[in-house]
Design a protein around this ligand. Structure first.
Ligand code: ZN
Ligand code: ZN
Length: 148
């Protein structure tokens, strides 16, 4: 999905679920690390973490967009736009937005998938990929490697 397609999606959701146009810009921002999206109070633009595309499904992306649009429309209308405000909570529930923008998955989660050990001395061999244990020996004691 490109920035242009994201812009079109945000405009469509705004019109359909909020019955008001989205008149500012939405774009992907890879610098967002700990959050799925961000509404900018200063210029009214919406940033979306590109990880929302790679780590989550489309329903999650739409939930995040709705969440940011709640900030957007309430802020522009001069109403309670912060998480703790009753108006924000009501609007969020009405449009079915996500309560919290999901944090992107940590990179370390997918780093090591296979845990091999030496059958003789117990030396650990964490690997990202599967390996043919018949072709390798423990570098410490020369023992056979097996999947832990
Ligand atoms: Zn928020
Ligand atoms: Zn060993």
């Amino acid at each position: 999905m490109t920035d242009i397609e994201l812009q079109a999606l945000v405009q469509q959701i705004s019109q359909r679920d909020f019955h008001q146009p989205f008149l500012h810009r939405a774009y992907f921002n890879a610098r967002l690390r700990s959050t799925g999206g961000r509404y900018q109070l200063q210029n009214h633009n919406i940033d979306i973490n590109p990880k929302m595309l790679t780590d989550f499904d489309e329903a999650t992306l739409i939930g995040v967009i709705k969440h940011e649009l709640c900030h957007y429309h309430l802020h522009l209308a001069g109403r309670g736009y912060q998480h703790r405000d009753a108006e924000f909570k009501q609007l969020l529930a009405a449009v079915g937005g996500s309560r919290y923008a999901p944090a992107p998955k940590k990179r370390t989660v997918q780093a090591v998938r296979y845990h091999y050990v030496c059958a003789n001395c117990g030396q650990a061999y964490p690997r990202k990929r599967r390996m043919d244990t018949r072709r390798y020996r423990c570098s410490r004691c020369g023992g056979p490697i097996k999947l832990a």
